[in-house]
Design a protein around this ligand. Structure first.
Ligand code: BES
Ligand code: MN
Ligand code: ZN
Length: 533
């Protein structure tokens, strides 16, 4: 029987992940384990060192064994644990029957979790944190010493704590649901990182939480169905979130876009009943002296392909074709939350690429912002058109020190690199190196691709300044030729292009990645901003 009552409203966008606190206590003495507040205690195990066949219990595991009166290393061995990163074993301790038996763990959390931390490096600790989050759904509070073993210095221990927290919070994500029949989402528990001290660690954990919050936002926005997520709706979300955070937001509608000559955004949006928008959201730090980084994000709220319509299966995931815009928005909000020392402006060209009586057509010639003319060859290559308008405008009016665009731009990007790497293009080696390093540090990997000059033919036109995609030239390298096209719109700026068509979506949960929209790019860009001097 159908449930009565109105469908539950969609939950709000911009949710906050569980809390993570840093606690200086130890397993041996903390009252967190006896005051009834904690449901589970999680401790690390690592693979044996060479020549040693035993599982290696790490920081906290021996203390837990002592406090519980249980040989945890031996349990791990019997359970067949290897200590690999993300491996997990949940020990549900029994309760006594009657009052005549007192068990050694009486009064302690009845759930002990052994978590593999592998090499103990940040990427492995993120996996360990993620595994813990998945095993802690529905609990209220988990205490852990993961990543708390002795480190060489403060900075290494802060990095370890951050990695555990970030992996935990990323895997704790569950998509917002509008179901009227399902029960409440089983949220992951709040996390206490036990056995570490100091402002530096607390600050690092808070940075990790900011980064995870940004990813949650990007995932929430990309997951929202396109029936809700029109360009106007996305502009409203950006306005609300930006204004709440004290940022400056400017929204342009059809009237302003027409008056100012945004020919690419208008053409792509022309076939849709939901008209396009261009949104800018800016963070200006209180202190001068930083750089100005502009992040342009592709915001196609749904990509049917337009008149060059996509095949049925290819269209299914296209509600996430605005991931670039969501990532740019999440980045500027995250930068503000973290008090980044640089000015950051997100530029979001938002349009729906649909089929209609006013759709743009193959063969049309568009005049882009700034006057460059472009011959359209395939209306499904819409992303580079909205980006070209936004990049040309940002170059001419925002005076950026660094211009970065993020876009689910080409299926071709996934052919060579698969789904775990973004394709990174930049003629500026220093900028490319900094972005690759930010990718390595954050776990959102990027590979520096060549902008092959010989392929420039791909974008030559007989009837306009440029053609936006090659036709019958058998050049290949579809993500390279897209980058070559974009390069015509960035003037002399330091510029990088991130094609995230592969990593923006995941087929299944894996470590810190959750199924569906991944929000890829926000953590990479926030790292880049953190490390920018
Ligand atoms: N949004 C797509 C790219 C895409 C494909 C993203 C698969 C994620 C998964 C983009 O607008 C597109 O359609 N690109 C075309 C370009 C072609 C027409 C030159 C593509 O990749 O096929
Ligand atoms: Mn397309
Ligand atoms: Zn697209």
């Amino acid at each position: 029987m159908a449930k009565s009552g109105a469908a539950r409203a969609r939950p709000p966008i911009g949710r906050t992940p569980p809390e993570v606190t840093v606690d200086g206590g130890s397993i041996a003495t903390t009252t967190l384990l006896t005051d009834g507040s904690t449901d589970a205690l999680a401790v690390p195990v690592a693979p044996a060192r060479a020549g040693d066949d035993a599982l290696r219990p790490l920081g906290g595991t021996a203390e837990a064994a002592a406090r519980y009166g249980v040989d945890l290393a031996e349990i791990g061995e019997r359970a067949g644990l290897t200590g690999a990163a993300g491996e997990i074993y949940v020990l549900q301790l029994p309760r006594p029957v009657g009052s005549s038996v007192t068990l050694p763990w009486s009064g302690l959390p009845p759930r002990l979790v052994l978590v593999g931390v592998g090499s103990g490096r940040p990427a492995d600790l993120r996996r360990a944190g993620a595994a813990l989050a998945r095993s802690s759904r529905g609990l209220r509070q988990v205490v852990t010493t993961l990543g708390a073993e002795a480190h060489q210095d403060d900075s290494a221990s802060a990095t370890a704590a951050r990695a555990v927290a970030e992996g935990y919070l990323l895997a704790a994500y569950v998509p917002p649901t509008s179901s009227t029949s399902g029960g409440p989402a089983r949220d992951a528990a709040e996390l206490v990182l036990l056995g570490r001290d100091g402002r530096r660690t607390a600050a690092a954990v808070s940075e990790g939480r900011t980064a995870a919050t940004a990813t949650w936002l990007a995932r929430d926005l990309a997951t929202t169905p396109s029936s809700t997520k029109t360009p106007a709706w996305l502009a409203d979300q950006a306005t609300r979130l930006g204004t709440e955070a004290g940022l400056e937001v400017v929204v342009r509608g059809t009237r302003e876009l027409t008056a100012e000559g945004f020919g690419g955004i208008l053409a792509v949006g022309a076939g849709s009943a939901s008209p396009p928008r261009l949104v800018t959201v800016s963070w200006t730090p209180p202190t001068a002296g930083g750089r100005h980084v502009v992040v342009v994000g592709k915001g196609i709220t749904f990509d049917t392909g337009g008149l060059s319509i996509k095949p049925r299966e290819a269209m299914v995931p296209m509600k996430t074709d605005m991931t670039g815009a969501a990532v740019a928005l999440a980045t500027v909000l995250g930068a503000a939350a973290a008090g980044v020392a640089h000015r950051v402006t997100a530029v979001l060209p938002l349009a729906e690429n649909h089929v209609g009586g006013a759709s743009y057509r193959p063969g049309d010639v568009l005049t882009m912002w700034g006057g460059t003319t472009v011959e359209v060859a395939n209306t499904d290559a819409e992303g580079r058109l909205v980006l070209a308008d936004a990049l040309a405008w940002a170059d001419a009016t925002l005076d950026p020190d660094v211009l970065v665009d993020v876009a689910t731009l080409t299926g071709a990007a996934t052919l060579g690199l698969g789904k775990q790497y973004a394709a990174l293009y930049s003629g500026d080696q220093e900028l490319a190196d900094a972005l690759v390093a930010a990718g390595d540090a954050s776990g959102e990997l990027a590979w520096h691709m060549p902008m092959v000059e010989e392929y420039e033919d791909a974008v030559a036109s007989q009837v306009a300044d440029l053609r936006h995609v090659p036709v019958d030239k058998h050049i290949g390298g579809g993500s390279i030729t897209a980058a070559l096209f974009l390069r015509h719109f960035v003037g002399a700026r330091r510029w990088a292009h991130l094609d995230i068509a592969g990593p923006a979506r995941a087929a299944s949960d894996k470590h810190e990645i959750t199924e569906g929209a991944t929000g890829f790019g926000a953590r990479l860009l926030l790292r880049y901003l953190d490390d920018l001097r």
